[in-house]
Design a protein around this ligand. Structure first.
Ligand SMILES: Cc1cc2nc3c(=O)[nH]c(=O)nc-3n(C[C@H](O)[C@H](O)[C@H](O)COP(=O)(O)OP(=O)(O)OC[C@H]3O[C@@H](n4cnc5c(N)ncnc54)[C@H](O)[C@@H]3O)c2cc1C
Length: 414
């Protein structure tokens, strides 16, 4: 991997002739941010990540695409602004957020990250820098949002920010439920009252389907800053640590310690709990884990129970499972993952053929109801399933930068 510090380094002849892939902080779980050595060079853009300017009147922030969301929040929260959409970690770049058109807990209220992008500069190996917005090079603008980094290298980005109520303190209401069906009803109710909602679901223990739904909103009040340093997992855990019974036990303990009621917490704890544990992925041991994130249309709610049944039958439990209802707001992105419906994200410890076979069965359920998987989290779906879920993939292929490809793209486009 090579690092790009300045946008000038992208100019010819620096990358002429070589196949490459621009990457951010590598927080995508699958292979969309990977390129095999024999296929080209991965170019990390995260060093080219400067804050450029902010217009108070229009609330538009200009940054280089390598800037992390964490850096932006550090600057904007004390000034009364917040990013319009954040994922479950602040350790991602603006470039990565656009290329996967990320979603957050507020999808029902604010849609995806791409909806808040006003314009950007895109470096293409043939043609150099191109300005893209809804009114300029619209085809490239739309193909780049959710375009998996394939249309060119993002340079400067203009992004509309949210005015923040308070200093970053979040009020969270927690409600328990006993079944998946009840969870979806509670989430729908919370969506009407809160701008941010999400549910954790037990997909491992004997009481599968129970969980806790959480609604959140920013409130006025002093936001305590945590003085405790985060913890770190120094090496790969032995594979026995997250075996099936340990995963079941974790889900039971997690469920027992989530108390219904209302509490107030700093935004970092509310949005980014995993960021407090450095290298948390090592808990899965050397074989790692696979995340399965699907979305199924609203009317196909029974598919969620079918997924749960298949997981129970397999005897493999998911360590962390998160349910969220996507709202109807559409994204400008050509290949955006979210659609109005239910999205379920589940982490499975990698057990080889057994895990892959379970996921194939889950694919069958999602395909049957017209759902799809999130490329940012995928390392294994078939090309056929991808192309079925994202019929506009051919338009992206036409606009793809001639020098750019990824392992994911080589795997799914044929
Ligand atoms: C703990 C955790 C929680 C998460 N929660 C969520 C969530 O709630 N919602 C959600 O949507 N996602 C979530 N994600 C996924 C994450 O937000 C995305 O994978 C994001 O794209 C990662 O950004 P990155 O900077 O690490 O980019 P990378 O993973 O390095 O790259 C992602 C894509 O961006 C492209 N790219 C990066 N920089 C550029 C550039 N300058 N120009 C052009 N293309 C570029 C790459 O080619 C690649 O296709 C989560 C990930 C983690 C680890």
């Amino acid at each position: 991997m090579t690092e790009v510090w300045w946008q000038d380094e992208l100019q010819k002849p620096a990358i002429e002739g070589a196949r490459f892939l621009p990457v951010g902080l590598g927080r995508s779980y699958g292979d969309s941010a990977l390129l095999a050595e024999e296929d080209g060079v991965m170019k990390s853009i995260s060093r080219a990540g400067r804050l450029v300017g902010f217009d108070d009147e229009t609330k538009v922030l200009e940054v280089e695409a390598g800037c992390s969301l964490g850096e932006i929040l550090k600057w904007c929260v004390p000034r009364g602004y917040f990013l319009p959409v954040v994922p479950g970690t602040q350790k991602v770049t603006v470039g990565g957020a656009i290329a996967n058109d990320i979603h957050g807990k507020n999808h029902h209220e604010s849609g995806t990250f791409g909806r808040w992008v006003v314009s950007f500069d895109l470096f293409r190996t043939e043609g150099g820098w191109v300005s893209c917005s809804k009114s300029e090079n619209r085809d490239l603008f739309e193909a780049t949002i959710g375009g998996l980094g394939l249309t060119g290298v993002l340079g400067r980005v203009r992004l509309r920010m949210h005015a923040l109520q308070g200093e970053g303190l979040v009020e969270q209401e927690t409600v328990r439920f006993d079944s998946l069906r009840e969870g979806t009803e509670i989430l729908s109710g919370l969506d009407r009252r809160y701008p941010m909602t999400v549910a954790w679901i037990d997909m491992a223990s004997k009481k599968m389907g129970r969980g806790v739904a959480m609604g959140g909103r920013f409130v006025e009040g002093e936001c305590p800053r945590s003085k405790r340093k985060g913890i770190s997992v120094p090496f790969d855990a032995p594979s026995c640590l997250l075996n099936r019974s340990a995963i079941r036990a974790f889900n039971t303990v997690y469920s027992a310690t989530r108390h219904p009621g209302v509490e107030r917490l700093p935004f970092e704890k509310y949005f980014f709990p995993l960021d407090g544990v450095e290298n948390w992925n090592r808990l899965y041991g050397a074989r790692g884990f696979l995340q399965y994130q699907c979305v199924v249309p609203l009317h196909a709610i029974s598919a969620l129970s079918e997924l749960q049944r298949k997981i129970a039958d397999s005897g493999q439990g998911a360590f962390l499972s998160v349910l969220k209802k996507f709202g109807p707001l559409s994204s400008p992105g050509l290949l955006s993952f979210p659609m109005s419906g239910w999205t379920l994200a589940m982490d499975f410890a990698m057990e080889g053929a057994a895990t892959l076979s379970l996921m194939k069965k889950l694919d069958g359920v999602v395909r049957e109801v017209g759902g799809r998987l999130y490329p940012a989290k995928d390392a294994r779906m078939s090309g056929e399933f991808f192309r079925e879920g994202y019929p506009q993939w051919e338009e992206l292929e036409k606009l793809r930068d001639v020098s750019i490809t990824s392992r994911f793209w080589e795997r799914v486009r044929t």
